[in-house]
Design a protein around this ligand. Structure first.
Ligand code: HDE
Length: 718
């Protein structure tokens, strides 16, 4: 059987796998069309079309060795029933050897993550600002894969560790892969890539005892932060709700660096990339995040998976802040400095398209673990800037992929493979998947008709560097003086938060610095905080039992900007939020049917009772306030609460603890019927987000979920 596929890249891959009878079919790579550009416009937007061909279906087949022969592999071959295993046992050797080599090095940073497939859709034709084909027409769709992550923890660490979150997007455009390898925080700790190993060595567990895992609450981290004050700005963001997000779906993404958009005729604009969550931003409280880390370390991973399985596809709007080339120093800081953001009230974000995640990976390792992003994956119409952090990253990611994969052919793995064919003179290397037909693997050549031909700005829609870019300068090893002010923007961030989130930020710094053993490090931290804000320094110092230094007002100001916090703005969608309905086994059937009334808003109702039976989703022994975004105590629950300490079916006091915690975590809480005594026992004071009305509270409760955190419940330093 001959299979003709419309995409040469696909054909290559299939040629290799087609050798396996279980994949069905034979093929010849000469089936690949000669001119891939004819095909390039037809790339599949449904990612399953592409990845599906690599799926291995093991249904109703015999087990085989890797070499294809049918085998049995439950017992090893031995000399006599009680004798030694034979070296000859190729089945044993292959099975064990493959297992021994199952792991690849985890990512040096961002090791813990979760990903999903999706699609990007352009809102229009933006050829007036970029020659990128994925933004060339209204409604144009481009397949995507996104991987979210935390930075410091290892692959098995907990999702809710306080951290910056990775937000890495790959667009499989019809002119090659474009990766925006960004974070959920728009700025970065350092300004020059050469300091990255220092930053990471400082935040990773201390090297003698390998403690603490996935946390910056230790001496080396804050020693570095206080010696490298460019870290203050990102640190402020990480200590606020951005470091402990409710889910990956509830955070924005940022390209961080300033990039360039380039048009066909070479005109350029400076741009910052943004992914704005269409779910709305939401964050956890630190106490909540800590509890979840123990109760459900897979909290974020699970949330993303379940939302997609339930077809509540998370969405982000892609937009750019557009600036002129001559604006590099216009805003009082340098656009090449990645420790600075461009306030959105100065330059608003122009929306260009929408990203929707609509398919979970089929295999975590093959897709989420093996995807290898690179800031160096850019496409026609986009160009770099001289940001020294970006310049270093372009090297680092390629290098790290070589280390992780062991050779240069990682781009041929299904998840990394562009959805357009590849034609070049790169050859051989470990695990080469292609059978190149061209024996003149060099340019220029005549023997292959000069092909592959050079593509550039004028021909073949090739990538091109912005023609107007120039550079001159003395060779120096120094930070630009335009990068010097690293305190004004952390202050801008703090000024722009609502008082409750300012308090959360202070609490975060208090928690972390209270773990420090070195008095000198604590003093240095206060000196740096004090440069950004005397108030912050004082409030932190109070908890450390120390004195803040005298005000250091050089960078003090009262400016604020917009849309910067994670609390105080209602959610845009309730998709995938969970409401715990506390009841008892004897009254499950007679409780109101909350599932139906919440379903229309995408909210899941989880019924909690003493033991599992029809209509009960989870027991009190398994339930916890951290698992819910809001809690409803039904009338039927009253008997469980009054018997809180008497049952052996759940830990003493658990039902009331769920209500206590839900309230103190700022969640909406409803006390129905005669459960006011429950409220009393839980210390609940009636007020916003507490629902006691006799009638149907569903709509009001949904508003409560939209509010997400009731901020009046949190004390603020006086
Ligand atoms: Fe990364 N970073 N990084 N980083 N980074 C990696 O690449 C590096 C930086 C980011 O889900 C590594 O494949 C240097 C900024 C994300 O697979 C490594 C510098 C931003 C991910 C690396 C930075 C990021 C990484 C580790 C200083 C936001 C995970 C494994 C210049 C704009 C991508 C890997 C995924 C991963 C190097 C700074 C985001 C070692 C040298 C700034 C989202 O190559």
């Amino acid at each position: 059987m001959r299979v003709t596929l419309s995409i040469a890249g696909v054909a290559y891959a299939t040629a290799v796998l087609a050798a396996c009878p279980y994949m069905g079919g034979e093929m010849d790579i000469r089936d690949a069309p000669a001119d891939h550009h004819l095909q390039a416009r037809d790339i599949p937007t449904d990612t399953t079309d592409f990845m599906g061909q690599f799926e291995l279906n093991d249904t109703d087949v015999y087990l085989t060795s890797d070499a294809g022969g049918p085998i049995e592999d439950q017992e090893s071959l031995s000399a006599g029933e009680r004798g030694p295993t034979l070296l000859e046992d190729f089945i044993f050797r292959q099975k064990i050897q493959h297992f021994d080599h199952e792991r690849v090095p985890e990512r040096a940073v961002h090791a813990r993550g979760a990903g999903a497939h999706g699609v990007f859709e352009s809102y229009g034709d933006y050829s007036n600002i970029t020659a990128s084909s994925f933004l060339s027409a209204k409604g144009k769709k481009t397949p995507a894969f996104v991987r979210f992550s935390t930075v410091a923890g290892s692959r098995g660490s907990a999702d809710t560790a306080r951290d910056v979150h990775g937000f890495a997007v790959r667009l499989y455009t019809d002119e090659g892969n474009f990766d925006i390898v960004g974070n959920n925080i728009p700025i970065f700790f350092i300004q020059d890539a050469i300091k990255f190993p220092d930053l990471i060595h400082a935040v990773k567990p201390e090297p003698d005892r390998e403690i603490p895992q996935a946390a910056t609450a230790h001496d080396t981290a804050w020693d570095f932060f206080s010696q490298q004050p460019s870290a203050m700005h990102t640190l402020f963001w990480a200590m606020s709700g951005h470091g402990i997000v409710r889910s990956f779906r509830h955070m924005d993404g940022f390209g961080v660096h300033t990039f360039r958009f380039v048009t066909d005729d070479g005109k350029t604009k400076l741009v910052k990339f943004h992914w704005k969550t269409l779910q709305g931003k939401a964050s956890l409280l630190w106490e909540e995040a800590q509890a979840i880390a123990g109760k459900n370390p897979d909290y974020h991973r699970q949330d993303l998976w379940e939302a997609i399985e339930a077809e509540r596809y998370p969405e982000w709007e892609f937009g750019v802040q557009i600036m002129e080339e001559e604006d590099e120093l216009r805003f009082g800081f340098d656009l090449l400095d990645s420790s600075k953001l461009v306030p959105e009230d100065l330059v608003p974000v122009t929306p260009l398209g929408k990203l929707t995640l609509n398919k979970n990976p089929t295999n975590y390792f093959a897709e989420t673990e093996q995807i290898m992003f690179q800031p160096g994956h850019i496409v026609r119409g986009v160009d770099f800037t001289d940001d020294p952090l970006l310049q270093g990253r372009i090297f680092s990611y390629l290098d790290t992929q070589l280390n992780r994969h062991g050779g240069p052919n990682f781009e041929q793995l299904p998840i990394n493979r562009p959805r357009v064919p590849i034609h070049n003179n790169n050859r051989d290397g470990q695990a080469q998947m292609f059978l190149p037909l061209n024996t003149a693997a060099y340019s220029p050549n005549t023997l292959n008709g000069g092909s592959p031909k050079q593509a550039n700005q004028q021909q073949g829609r090739g990538f091109f560097t912005a023609p107007g870019r120039t550079t001159t300068g003395r060779l120096v090893r120094s930070v630009s003086s335009t990068f010097a002010d690293v305190w004004s923007q952390p202050r801008l961030f703090f000024n722009s938060l609502v008082p409750a989130e300012q308090q959360f930020l202070i609490n975060g710094i208090r928690f972390e610095t209270s773990m420090l053993k070195s008095q000198i490090v604590k003093e240095n931290v206060l000196i740096q905080l004090n440069r950004a804000s005397h108030e912050v320094a004082q409030r932190v110092a109070k908890a450390l039992g120390m004195e803040a230094p005298a005000p250091d007002p050089t960078y003090y100001h009262d400016n604020k900007t917009t849309d910067i916090g994670t609390v105080g703005t209602p959610l845009r969608k309730l998709d995938g939020l969970k409401v715990g309905v506390l009841t008892s086994t004897s009254s499950v059937g007679s409780d109101p049917d909350f599932s139906t009334s919440f379903a229309s808003s995408g909210v899941d109702v989880v019924v909690v009772a003493e033991s599992l039976q029809a209509g009960v989703d989870v027991t009190y022994s398994g339930a916890d306030a951290t698992a819910f975004d809001g809690v409803i105590v039904t009338e039927g629950a009253a008997k469980v609460f009054s018997n809180s300490t008497g049952s052996t079916l759940f830990p003493a006091g658990r039902p009331v603890q769920i209500v206590v915690d839900a309230y103190r975590y700022g969640k909406p809480v409803a006390l129905l019927g005669r459960t006011s005594s429950v409220g009393k026992a839980a210390g609940i004071v009636s007020g916003p987000g507490v629902y006691t009305a006799a009638g149907n509270i569903t709509e009001a409760f949904k508003e409560g979920l939209r509010t997400f955190k009731f901020l009046d419940r949190f004390a603020i330093d006086q």
